[in-house]
Structures are given as structure tokens and as C-alpha cells.
Design a protein around this ligand. Sequence first.
Ligand SMILES: Cc1ncc(COP(=O)(O)O)c(C=O)c1O
Length: 403
Amino acid sequence: MNLDASHLLGYAEKYGTPLYIYDGNAILGQIHKLKSWFPIPEFRVHFAMKALTNRNVLKLVNSTGCGFDTVSIEEMQIALSSGVDPADVNFTPSGAEREEYLFAIEHGIGLHVDNLDMLEFIAKNKPGAEVILRFNPAIRAGGHHQLQVGDEDSKFGLNVRETEVIADYVRRLDVKVVGVHIHVGSDISTVEKYFEAFEFLLQKAHEFRKDLRYINFGGGYKVAYKPGDHETDMHELGRMVTERFIRFQETHHQPMQLIMEPGKFLVGQAGVFLTQATTVKHFRKRSIAYVNSGFNHLIRPMYYGAYHRIENLSRPGAEKDQYHIVGYLCETDTFSSNQEVAEIHPGDILAFYNAGAYCYMMASNYNSRVRPAEILVKDGKDYLIRRRETLQDMLATEVDAGI
Ligand SMILES: Cc1ncc(COP(=O)(O)O)c(C=O)c1O
């Protein structure tokens, strides 16, 4: 995030709060870095668009040659309507409906398959279909336990203990395995865990090598949430994976693409969420600052304990104090406990950093509150990319049953 406090305050003034702001240049910078760390001609980045699906952002990402990873029929439709080539889109759902796969087949989208029922369905409906097998690597890693999806009993991926059964299905059914895929989890900071997972992936690639073209390493790369925080050493990971991938290709004499599916790494740090303080209460042991938002707009702290650094943009030089920063919802609604923030007064504008990934996307209308606006800033220019919701938007799907 390269936007300074005076710019952010200007946007709060112009567009109102609560407001999501994305720094387009920061997103482009992340893509550029990633490509430079994996200097493999066949390296491809597929943005895990569930992190942020605004089509203005998708177009920006796609303009650099990146494709998209999608998880629902709606995400596929959003991706296609952003103008991306369907060949650059993959579908990696968890327990999706058959109609969704039919849509993917019809539009030539890459089919990631994580269960044998769907493999049979695909073979029946599109004989000769090209599929990518998503394996469960049986590796537990990631940040909060809700972000760890790669362990043996998780719901994600084909069961690694059934590799023989899977191979049997592949032999019996009219499908072509053109790729293997894993996604271990999110917020994984240790390069060693990734490398262990990569070795697993290459093992599967070897076992299913006959028609293989894609080796997909998923996402989950951790970014820093505060100064000094752990993050995945992508430079080192890039070095190790590049070297290993080139060796693997040399022994297999087959052209293969290496694909990564980062979500948070591309857009997490490029986003900031602005709110306004509504009141401040001072108790004997703590001060509580209330803002004009809640977990209806930014659920990550309440959902899985995510940390968002908070800054009082209105009083940069003021003395700092420990605050509980809370939302306006009518239950526990805590954004942050005991965070050091410059003295807060009603009306001050507070910035929540690292708010680009899984923030707006998880927003809801709980307490019948409308969702915020989103803006994108690129080369110093600000663009409204989603207007603030209205009560009419919220009520549009309600049907008067005449009761
Ligand atoms: C299959 C898959 N790929 C990629 C990602 C992106 O993860 P992250 O945003 O942590 O990079 C996810 C996130 O849930 C995912 O499920």
C-alpha cells in the first residue's frame, strides 16, 4: 500500500466512509515480483479471485497476463464478463453442483476435480474431457486452524490414501488427466512446508504423467500484517521451486506449465478500509472506540482472529493509547483488542490496513446495514469501482407475499 494519510483522508472526504480503497500499482507490483521470483518460461499466475472479485481489479490483473482461479458458477461468470480468455480460467470448487461443472465444460474452463463422483459425471457428460486432479496433500499447515485445509481428514481434495483407486477410475473412465493440483491452506509462512508440499505434488505429477501439462501449486502465501511479522520468503521459495521444477522437467521430457493461485499475496496489502469513529468510552482499564462499521463489513478479526493494523489518520502526531476498536453490531463485534493507536476522538478517520483480500468479499447486510463503496487508485487517479449499496438494493430481492 503506497497511499499516504493525506490521500486516504481525501478519499474519505470525497466518497464517505466506510470505504474500501485498493492501490492498483501495489497489485501490479506484487504480480511483477512474483514473476521475477519464479523465472520459468512456463510459469503462470492465476489470481484466486475469491479474494476480490471486482471486475475493475480483475481487468487490471488480467492485463498483466494472469488468469483466474474460480470456485463457483458466479465467479466463472464474473471472470468471463471481465473479458478474460476462458482458457486462462480454472474452476476449483469444493463440492460444487453438477450444473456448475457443465457450465465450466461448455465454456472451456479448466476443470479441477476433487471427488470421484464428479470425475464419473464429467466422463459421462464429456467423454475425453481434460481434467486436473486436486489432491489432498495430507499436510497440516497455515495460520488460524480454519485456514488449514490440507490435512488428511479435511474436506478438500482427493484422498491421497486412495491414489490407487483414483488411478483405477482414470483408467476405466474416458477422461484425460492433464494436471495435478494442491492447495495446502492460507497464511503458511514456512518455506519448508511448501517445499514438502511441492515434492508431494511432483510425486503425483509423476504418477499421472501420461498426458500431464499443468502442475498447480495453489496459493496461501503469507503476507506481513504488521512491522516485523512473519511472511513467506517468496524469494527463497521461488529459488527452490524453480530449481526443482526445471530438474523435474528435464527428467520427464514433457512441456509443463507451473501454475500458482495466490489470492492474499496479490491484493491483501493493496487494500485499506476506512471507517469513522462515532464515540469513545473511557473505562478504568481500557478505552473503547466505536466506528461506523462492524463485522458485517470486515469479518476477518471475528471469524479467524485476523490482525489488521489500525491507524488514526486524523491525528498523526497525537500521543498513542491502547484501544479496543469495536463495531456497531449488536453482539460482540471487536476489530482489535488493545491496539496502540493515536488518541481517538469522535469523527476521526481510522484506517484498517491489509484489507484487500477476503474483506469486502465477506461483507454482508447483517443488522440491515448497506455494504461500503470500493475505489481503485492507479497512477495517482482514483476511480469509483462500486458505489455504496442502498436500502433499495438490499430490499430488491424481497418479495411481498401479500400476507
Ligand atoms: C484452491 C485455492 N487456491 C488458492 C487460494 C488462495 O489462497 P490465498 O489467498 O491464501 O493465497 C485458495 C483460498 O482459499 C483456494 O481455496
